[in-house]
Design a protein around this ligand. Sequence first.
Ligand code: MN
Ligand code: MN
Ligand code: ZN
Length: 279
Amino acid sequence: MLKVGVHVSISGDLFRAIDREREIGGNCGQIFSHSPRGWSFTFPSNEEAKNFRRKYRNKDVNPFVIHEAYLPNLATPKDELYKKSLKATKKEVEVAKKLDIRYINIHPGTHTGLGESKGLKKIIRSLNKLETGDGVIILLETTSGSGTMLGYSFEQISKILNETTINTGVTLDTCHSFAAGYDLSSKKAVNETLDEFDSTVGLDNLELIHLNDSKHGLGSKKDRHEHIGLGKIGEEGMKSIINNERLRDLPFVLETPENSKRGDKENIQKVKEFRENYN
Ligand code: MN
Ligand code: MN
Ligand code: ZN
């Protein structure tokens, strides 16, 4: 069965995110657990968490993923920022447990001068401090490689996975990896990129697809998402991803723009239209 959804807002009450997803035809999705642009962290109340869990248990919208906020950076050389980042990431784990959400998607980190090797080691050390237990899996998202952001190569993702002792998996963001130089614009390119992913990271570690088209070209290192099929990955690339036998059973979560051209509902519709034998 096709699993497709978008990143939705939690405004009002957490469980509203599940309703929003249903209303636009999604059956999986992603949320921020609080406002992603600040450090202030409001834990969901027991009542709010209970309402969410009750609705989530129906499993008609599943899985839901928590995307970590934008500010935390586990690879930073700045002590103050690092402490805040580790603390914030630990809080995300607590929220996930409270909501019975299994996946937390994180951007590995930006080393801002520390260097790639030291940055990666710091990320690994930090992740090993999280008390994820059996219930929570940290998903490392592939990045575009802009600036000093880590996680743009499959080798870096693989290193983090191999050297962490907690439960981890991977989110392949199609826009990011395309911008980082992994071609996804044709059937042949998708298969070659997946071969490479499999021989480094291992496809059994791939848990989630962030399905985004890219405004900029292959290897541009620019992280600008585009509507499904309207970007540089394009219609052939998107169809090849959506129908690929190695990817088709994974959840596809869209982080596409909303503007006069299309909204979330239309992008979900487009994915269904691109899926062969959709039911
Ligand atoms: Mn992301
Ligand atoms: Mn993403
Ligand atoms: Zn992005």
